[in-house]
Ligand binder design. Sequence first.
Ligand code: CA
Length: 257
Amino acid sequence: MPMLEGMANAANPGSQLAPQPAADGGGESPARASRVLLIEDEPGIVDFVSRGFEAAGFEVESATDGLEGERLALKGTFDAIVLDLMLPGRSGMEILQTVRRGAPNVPVIVLTARGEIEDRVEGLEAGAVDYLVKPFSMAELVARVRAQLRVVAQASSSTILAEGIEVDLLTRKVRRDGRTAALSTTEFELLVYLMRHHGRVVAREEILSSVWGYEHDPATNVVDVYVGYLRRKLGTAGDPAPIHTVRAVGYRLGGPA
Ligand code: CA
């Protein structure tokens, strides 16, 4: 429903991306800039991305070699890691696996030169929380990193909020505009996944891999079926659930980021 895009953003000012990182945490820690580790070997991208993050109020450290990047990542002093997959010394996928063991709470956003779904799924399966296909816009990268930092901040309070939907990860209670929705386990996992990526399109394959795991036949329509269940449980006749179908790709919760 592309006609909803402008309205969806206007109706959800909380989903807009504020230019300053202090707006992220609801004032929890405005004093400290978020620290990003960039592991990327192309000098042009390192320069472009570093400047972009600094202009957005982040502190950035970069490594142009996989081994150095891995060493820095395991120091545990970064709030987020932006990781290229094709690197000298050590591949991004290997680094991802090491980081998931050594620093499991740090969100890793993967930069990939290829857009094939298999690569994205491989990265997500290995523990990346998000990915961006080159060439990408700096505004989008900053937005994705901020979104993941919000997820981390929200995880400590066990509540996720997006598009008027509130999910408590501990009690597994779901509310939309004050109304409670009773969800099955799978519906709950699907909703949490969509909420963690709200504002952007998530491909069916990506949802399938992240929520259902690998054993599923990729031709299955199980994602569409469960999105239907969620829409019914979260929406009303006058106020449909904010889960938009993106033709031939997948779904998007809320307006575009
Ligand atoms: Ca590279």
